[in-house]
Ligand binder design. Structure first.
Ligand code: DX5
Ligand code: ZN
Length: 214
């Protein structure tokens, strides 16, 4: 199993975004944390940033931490998102939203907050391309890893194996660093988001390679 890495731009320096993106060349995806001040307490950016970043040549993994995400998925798809992930807690028509994202040719992702059980995915396994297990309560970078996520990752991996879905990406987001990354990979994750640990590493490209080699 190869491990992919998605640096979270939440920890990048917005004033020097070009420079920061050059420092993470070699990553697999750019992780874009979209927050609305409603589903989560913080507010970040919108489709305009995704459109601008579509010129850098790294596919974007857009994590929508917003209420009623179905209202906005098209704007992010039009802007060039390669993955659009919505929170199961935020969307009452999850099956429809995921099917729509897929129909538009992008990967459809579903994210689970730390308090949401894996069973919430029971009726959408056939319409998703990615599961994102949150190992912090979403809203901010730099929070401590919640170890309860490990059992959920293992549970997802078991279900995916049983369903023969080795095409599904199993992503982990929150508190991923050189200490927690080997544990999440051992539990079955194959896509790691890292924000504060990665951007504060002295050699970011080497940090990315270290995670990819797990
Ligand atoms: C949290 C975001 C994460 C965050 C990760 O709400 O979804 O992507 O930026 O940052 P670290 O790696 O610092 O926990
Ligand atoms: Zn995220």
């Amino acid at each position: 199993m190869t491990v992919q890495v998605a640096p979270s731009l939440l920890s990048a320096d917005l004033l020097h975004l070009d420079r920061d993106i050059e420092s993470i060349r070699g990553c697999d995806w750019l992780h874009i944390d979209v927050m609305d001040g409603d589903f989560v307490p913080n507010i970040t950016y919108g489709p305009g940033l995704v459109r601008a970043l579509s010129k850098v040549g790294i596919p974007q993994d857009v994590h929508l931490m917003i209420s009623q995400p179905a209202r906005h998925v098209d704007a992010f798809l039009d802007a060039g998102a390669a993955i659009v992930t919505v929170h199961v807690e935020a969307d009452v028509h999850l099956h429809r939203t995921l099917s729509h994202i897929r129909k538009r040719g992008a990967k459809a992702g579903v994210s689970l907050n730390p308090s949401t059980p894996v069973s919430a995915l029971e009726h959408v396994w056939d319409v998703l391309d990615l599961v994102l297990i949150m190992t912090v309560n979403p809203g901010f970078g730099g929070q401590a890893f919640i170890p309860g996520g490990l059992a959920k990752i293992a549970q997802c991996r078991e279900i995916l194996d049983r369903l023969g879905r080795d095409d599904v990406l199993l992503e982990v987001d929150g508190g991923v660093d050189l200490n927690t990354a080997p544990r999440v990979v051992a539990a079955g994750a194959n896509l790691l988001v890292s924000g504060s640990a990665l951007f504060s590493a002295p050699d970011r490209a080497a940090f990315i390679r270290q995670l990819q080699a797990l």
